[in-house]
Design a protein around this ligand. Structure first.
Ligand code: 4AD
Ligand code: MG
Length: 480
């Protein structure tokens, strides 16, 4: 008897041998054919039941959603639609599923909206769409580690609880052990954090960058891949309050090297899933084509999913300075016809997602790396250019997504960094250790952050970021 899983049995050469598989019933028709799925692949195993020799009581429990174990001989299938099928000699019910109850859930075999799936997020992994997305997410995670490990990067686990706000944007979630109805105060009425768990104010990290920098300045090449948290009240299809970020940081590396790394990395992980996940990608491509049929032509993606991924793998990302981008936007049709919600009037304007998407989707029609942004719209740690007004920042913009990567060359000069922090009112006492690294063997270094869910969005062709993470956290929602 070969104990196996459905991904293996479907490609197995062990015909005419006894197999045992477990899974969940997707369909049972004519009291004879079970479509069994165990999540190891998109595809179901057809199990042929000899109903005349199977107890009625068992047959009655082979319902959609039930967990069962089947044993039988694997044969070449006579029917169309599958290569092999299992001729069942024994069925065991492992966990029942009452058809009346199943009918009320997304397990019932009909089309459910993605919104409905989200409401039953604990069951949605049993659907084809979400199962495919989650397998792809897992393979992409593996590819992330594979890429960095094969290129001499060390994986560092930066803290989740910190005392700092790496982006200086004031969007942190507080971490406290106080009884909120009874918070200790100081004489002047302010909160006495000395009495809190850590003896100071703390929050969940918005980025592991600052700690990763300290490690790059000792291990040369490092990366993080962990959860980050932002209390930004952005209720969009591309923002989460809890998301996973990949942050490589490299010593002795300037902005050009940083761009090369980001481009090479993205191409690698996408190539990996093209090779490893053909079935899931094909399924998601067809799903998207179906979904887009309901949309007006102008809103449909110009390429099917796999072609779009191949396009990114096979073409150079276009590198454009912020200043050039502003010129393009200023003279663009939507700007002149006042179609942008935020009109671009002058150099210095912060780019909104409508502008980023115009550049990528309408103007260049390929991924774009924008660099050398105005200093005052970017974070404090970015390296100041000789012009005194721009910083060595880069953002990578993707079709359908907008910003997927944000990074920069870091300010390695102690005096420049300190005066920048002072000018922006960033607490130098809190970040003394960060400043310290610029005193002992400082060197040019660079890094970036890639929002993992945005990558998964792109790779799966899904349109809402809530559908590419197991349990999304967004404003007013932390269910499950
Ligand atoms: O551009 P951001 O804010 O950059 C940083 O955090 C830097 N410290 C990274 C670094 O240089 N090490 O965020 C980086 C990326 C964005 O480009 C985006 O892909 C993603 O993180 N991101 C989000 N993804 C989902 N939901 C959110 N609320 C996100 N905010 C940023
Ligand atoms: Mg950014």
């Amino acid at each position: 008897m070969i104990k196996t899983t459905i991904n293996h049995i479907l490609t197995s050469d062990n015909l005419l041998k006894e197999h045992k598989v477990n899974g969940w019933v997707r369909a049972f028709r004519s009291n004879r054919f079970i479509a069994l799925n165990d999540g190891t692949t998109l595809n179901n195993l057809q199990c042929v039941v000899d109903f005349e020799n199977t107890p009625e009581e068992i047959l009655n429990q082979i319902n959609v959603g039930a967990a069962i174990s089947v044993e039988g001989v694997l044969k070449e299938s006579e029917g169309t639609g599958q290569r092999v099928e299992l001729i069942v000699s024994k069925v065991q019910i492992l966990g029942e599923a009452d058809p009346e109850e199943v009918r009320k859930t997304i397990l019932s075999p009909k089309r459910h909206t993605l919104e409905k799936l989200r409401e039953q997020a604990h069951l949605r992994v049993r659907t084809n769409t979400f199962g495919a997305v989650m397998r792809l997410r897992s393979k992409l995670s593996y590819a992330v580690h594979k890429y960095f490990q094969e290129n001499d990067f060390n994986y560092v686990h930066t803290p989740i609880i910190t005392g700092s706000d790496a982006e200086g944007a004031g969007e942190t979630f507080k971490v406290t052990n106080f009884d909120l109805a009874n918070v200790p105060k100081q004489k002047d009425g302010s909160v006495n954090f000395k009495e809190d768990f850590f003896g100071k104010e703390t929050n969940l990290t918005v980025s592991g960058q600052l700690e990763a920098e300290t490690f790059a300045l000792g291990l040369s090449k490092v990366y993080t891949f962990g959860p980050t948290f932002r209390a930004e009240n952005s209720n969009t299809s591309r923002h989460l309050a809890e998301f996973w970020m990949i942050e490589p940081e490299v010593a002795f590396c300037e902005l050009d090297g940083n761009m090369d790394l980001a481009e090479d990395f993205i191409k690698y992980v996408l190539s990996y899933i093209v090779k490893e996940c053909p079935d899931d990608l094909e399924f998601l491509e067809n799903r998207l084509l179906q979904e887009e049929k309901t949309k007006p032509e102008a809103e449909r993606s110009p390429m099917p999913l796999r072609e779009k991924i191949d396009f990114v793998i096979n073409n150079n990302f276009k590198r454009v300075s912020y200043t050039e981008a502003i010129d393009i936007l200023k003279n663009s049709k939507p700007n002149k016809k006042k179609k942008f919600q935020y009109l671009i009037e002058e150099w210095g304007a912060d780019l909104q997602s409508e502008h980023e998407r115009f550049l990528v989707e309408k103007h260049f029609k390929c991924p774009v790396i924008l660099f050398d942004y105005p200093a005052n719209i970017k974070a404090f740690y970015m390296r100041l250019n000789d012009d005194g007004k721009t910083v060595r920042a880069m953002d990578i913009l993707f079709p359908g997504i907008g910003e997927i990567v944000g990074g920069s060359q870091r300010e390695e000069r102690h005096d420049v960094l300190l005066s920048k922090m002072q000018a922006l009112g960033i607490d130098e006492e809190e970040l003394w250790w960060y400043l310290d690294t610029r005193k002992f063997g400082t060197c040019k270094h660079s890094g970036f952050g890639l929002g993992f869910e945005r990558l998964v969005l792109f790779a799966t062709g899904m349109t809402n970021i809530r559908d590419v993470i197991p349990y999304p956290r967004t404003p007013q929602n932390a269910s499950f």
